[in-house]
Design a protein around this ligand. Structure first.
Ligand code: PMP
Length: 408
């Protein structure tokens, strides 16, 4: 008998299934608002100019090679990655233990595995409702069986359900784990205000919950790295400074390193209460997780990001690149809404312009989304999430007409 006879077939990943359907769609007007990847105004992937420059520098180095990195990754990357997310003035040397990861997904995985080592996987873990779908599998596959949600998006008002969020923080078992999106929330594009973050983090502190920030879009909400790290910095320097905070960091979107898989997982230590041995022990656990799974992390993308972050000139160029990306998305939100208003499309659409980051939670129903695809060749997630980066001057009107038709 075939040893693998009873293997259960699982459903394909919804977003990658969209990609596959798009690839075989022969309609010339097809529009990809599925996967969250930046596209330029011609609908093409964009290699950031700062990245091109960094690649030239790396390849011109006479020492250039393909040697293994250390188990914990490229030192210059880890140091500078921590600097840009936690800020120049943060006590990086003492309070951060980190490791290079396979982008944001790998960082989440290392975080999940570390918590499993510490038996924290038995605790309840809370995700926003809705959240990036992969959160569930990443943690479930590392032994978290109690995955729960906190209210986040209020469908009626298209605003944050702060009351529901706070009530869940308060009613959760003390010491639960809360996964937070620090900025440019996926899928809703809706972030708490600075005032709301204070209230949320204070409530979390009160119940001694452990926070894991999943930072996949730093720079995409406002174009500014420091503004987009507000919630994280508020936690580690103020409200949660007496407890550890976990941070997953991806360079997929903000440096356009999607397929190169560059990221970091950070454990931010409390201000006091630990010693050098504790730090070493945590680092050794992170190293052991990576050693058994990757042996050593990938080098090429890490060198690119490290080169950008450690050069004043390239850092400046990269900051401009982030502004290019975030402002093009901003402009597309406005063009789409302007057209919907012009068409007198039923409903209100201003949420599309108030939402930030790569996505808009359009409010389109599953049936409407299906019709967008079937009749208009416009592809988006069945939840109604649209990757605004897929819009450009050549297709935004088509998308507006499509929305108009399906909601009437
Ligand atoms: N977290 C969130 C919320 C995301 O949206 C993504 C990307 N879609 C990730 C993590 C991880 O992405 P990557 O592994 O490509 O860095």
């Amino acid at each position: 008998k075939f040893l693998f006879k009873n293997v259960k077939k699982l459903p394909s990943d919804a977003l990658f299934a969209i990609k596959a359907r798009l690839a075989v769609d022969t309609r010339s007007a097809k529009v990809d608002l599925g996967i969250g990847a930046y596209r330029d105004n011609n609908g093409k992937p964009w290699i950031l100019p700062s990245v091109k420059r960094a690649e030239e520098i790396i390849k011109a180095d006479p020492e250039y090679n393909h040697e293994y990195l250390n188990i914990s990754g490229l030192e210059v990357l880890r140091k500078n990655a921590a600097r840009i997310i936690f800020g120049d003035s943060f006590d990086l040397a003492n309070r951060v233990v980190n490791i290079q990861s396979l982008s944001g997904t790998g960082a989440l995985h290392v975080g999940a595995k570390l918590m499993q080592v510490l038996n924290l996987n038995e605790r309840d873990i809370y995700f926003s409702d809705p959240t990036w779908g992969n959160h569930y599998q990443i943690f479930q596959k590392s032994g978290f069986s109690n995955t729960k949600t906190y209210p986040y998006w209020d469908a009626a008002s298209k605003k944050l359900n702060l009351t529901g969020f706070l009530n869940t923080i308060k009613s959760a078992v003390t010491g639960s784990i809360f996964v937070l999106h620090p900025c440019a929330h996926n899928p809703t594009g809706l972030d708490p205000t600075q005032e709301q973050w204070k209230v949320i983090l204070e409530a979390i502190k009160e119940k001694q919950h452990l926070v894991l920030f999943d930072s996949a879009y730093q720079g995409f909400a406002t174009g500014s790295l420091s503004k987009d790290a507000y919630s994280i910095r508020l936690a580690i320097t103020d409200i949660l400074k007496d407890v550890p905070v976990l941070v997953c960091q991806s360079f997929a979107k903000n440096v356009g390193m999607y397929g190169e898989r560059v990221g970091c997982f950070h454990v931010v230590l409390p201000e006091t209460g630990y010693n050098a041995e504790d730090k070493d022990a945590i680092q050794s656990q992170l190293n052991a997780i990576t050693r058994s799974e990757l042996s050593t992390p990938p080098a090429y993308g890490a060198k690119i990001v490290a080169t950008i972050l450690s050069s004043d000139e390239l850092y400046k160029a990269w900051s401009d690149d982030m502004i290019t990306m975030s402002s093009r998305i901003y402009e597309m939100r406005h063009k789409l809404v302007a057209k919907l208003v012009e068409l007198k499309t039923p409903g209100t659409w201003d949420h599309i312009t108030t939402q930030v980051g790569m996505f808009s939670y359009t409010g389109l129903t599953e049936e409407q989304v299906a019709r967008m695809e079937k009749e208009h060749a416009v592809y988006l997630a069945s939840s109604g999430r649209a990757s605004i980066a897929g819009l450009n001057d050549g297709n935004v009107e088509h998308v507006a007409y499509a929305i108009d038709e399906v909601v009437r």
